[in-house]
Design a protein around this ligand. Structure first.
Ligand SMILES: [Zn+2]
Ligand SMILES: [Zn+2]
Length: 172
């Protein structure tokens, strides 16, 4: 986003644009990591060493109040922030605890009235194990199978795996 647009975005949120506040919004616009307030502070502090933690917290609060950014409650440990206010689903990995965007459009009730309530946004959270953690786990399992089992027949290691589809009952 162009700096002028970012300035307007701050002004529209009732926040007077300063270099520090612009840096906060720029960082949020540049990341898909949904950082916590502390993470925003740590990153912005590198380019603006004089920034106060309170400035980060106050700016995030004002931007959230104005609807300029989203405050996410998907992480029970800390609020996270997202400059992408478009409709998207947040997925939290229970292994690495990272929060990802999932491009599943939740348009079904958007713009509609439900029981007289005007639905303006739908926020759905999904939980599980992310692709990179699944990759690590699978390679760990393969390594431990190799270490503990040696060269056992292929059938025994197959039996240890979770059954897929119809299971053994229907096997020929
Ligand atoms: Zn993960
Ligand atoms: Zn997001």
């Amino acid at each position: 986003m162009a700096p002028e647009k970012r300035m307007a975005r701050l002004r529209n949120s009732g926040v007077t644009p300063t270099m520090q506040r612009l840096a906060i919004l720029e960082f949020l616009e540049s990341t898909k990591s949904h950082p916590t307030a502390d993470e925003v502070y740590t990153t912005v502090h590198k380019s603006c060493p004089t920034i106060a933690r309170a400035t980060v917290y106050n700016t995030l609060e004002a931007l959230t109040k104005a609807g300029t950014i989203l405050q996410l409650t998907v992480d029970p440990g800390a609020a996270r922030y997202d400059a992408d206010t478009g409709p998207h689903v947040h997925f939290r990995c229970r292994v690495c605890e990272r929060v990802y965007d999932i491009d599943t459009r939740q348009q079904r009730c958007l713009g509609h009235e439900v029981d007289g309530h005007q639905i303006e946004s739908v926020r759905t959270y999904a939980f599980g194990v992310c692709a990179s953690c699944r990759g690590e786990r699978e390679s760990e399992v393969t390594a431990s199978e190799r270490d503990s089992r040696g060269k056992k027949p292929k059938a025994s290691s197959d039996a240890a795996r979770p059954l897929k589809g119809k299971g053994v009952r229907n096997a020929p």
